[in-house]
Write a protein that binds this ligand. Sequence first.
Ligand code: 4AD
Length: 438
Amino acid sequence: MVRVLVGELPSAIGRTVTVKGWVDTLRLQSRVQFVVVRDHTGAVQVTHRRGGEGDALGELLRGLTVESAVVVTGRVVANPVVKLGGLEIVPERVEVVSAAEPGLPIGPGTGPEQRANWRFLDVRRPERRLVFEVQTTVERAMREVAAEQGCTELHTPKLMGTASESGAEVFEVGYFDRKAYLAQSPQFYKQMAIAGGIDRVFEIGPVFRAEPSFTSRHATEFTGVDVELAWIDGVQDVMSFEERMLHRVLEQVAERHGEEIERHRGVRVVVPELPFPRLTMAEAVQKLRGAGWDPEGVREDLDPEGERLLSALVQRETGHEFVFVTGFPASVRPFYHLRSADDPAVTESFDLLWKGVEITTGAQREHRHGRLVAQAREKGMDAGPEGPLGRYLDCFRYGMPPHGGFGLGLARLLMLALGLPTIRDAVFLFRGPNRLEP
Ligand code: 4AD
């Protein structure tokens, strides 16, 4: 018989249907047996009134275990007393296609390590699985905007022969008789694509960072969303691309999942108004000082505490959850960020903060070969033709248009959209310094 999804049962009242899913809960009484069966669209109560001798179905249900995979065939009956949707299934046949061992290794009070060990059971909970449904919507909306804006989607290599962008934070892997490195960002390759005449580049792909960070926002492997745009007039073109993309993303998340996110997580998805507020680093520092916050080094970069406070201050003033911070000093930015024409100590770069967390770094890039080489040397890097940057720097020798782009951490975006306490819950299988399994 054709499978009917639990979510479709309200329109199947009076019919005999087959439902396929897992045993969610069991309440087996001597006169009546209640089995709640769950699939990815909801849960339904299966109610069996026990017969006398020879009640084979009743005996089968008596032996059921929670989380067994079952196929239930029976009649859908309206019953206003039933809390789960005011209906139940009166079973004719139940098949246990794969029994769960008794005694589940995880339950409501289980800690994060044990949950990670048994992640496949963990994500059977609808409130945990929701994040992947939202992720699907987010990626679809991003691709939609990227295509409308004339982007070409690329997949750049994740194995690299040199540890180029910073040298630090890269994983080394054995590669036949030599060493290779896992890409810590598609940065150089997306710029290479710009040099190759691909006008606007879009990529969703894995990013690896050998950072021994044990925070709620760091993973050693995550999915990066990268955009690079040629022929821009300034970094503001990159910011307006990104804010339009996020506007569309949150519009679709609110429409498709807003109600469920609010029910499971108590978080309201706000579709942001355009444009997002923008502050220079200098203005941000002034604002933070005004709020009595002035730790050392605040002129240079924002630490997580500064990001949180700044976001809160901007939200209080403007009602906006996002804020672009621009004009970071060259000392805290990579060598390839363009220096400001007014002040070479400042870069044409930005971070985007959402609800107090950095979700994006972006910039206009230095496209002039001579200046780029000088900036790399200034940072103490080897900019020679045979050095690790040689192939990258070649891209700037034969006509490179002005360009800029950004990188966004998908898991951070999802963590914030759903109000999850940690990035671990925003990915299917988390990778951190102490977590390589399953
Ligand atoms: O700020 P990041 O390191 O910037 C780059 O990789 C640049 N090449 C991007 C560019 O085009 N300018 O990383 C970009 C984003 C961060 O803002 C953050 O959201 C996320 O990636 N991210 C991480 N997410 C999870 N775990 C980590 N360890 C992350 N490191 C960065």
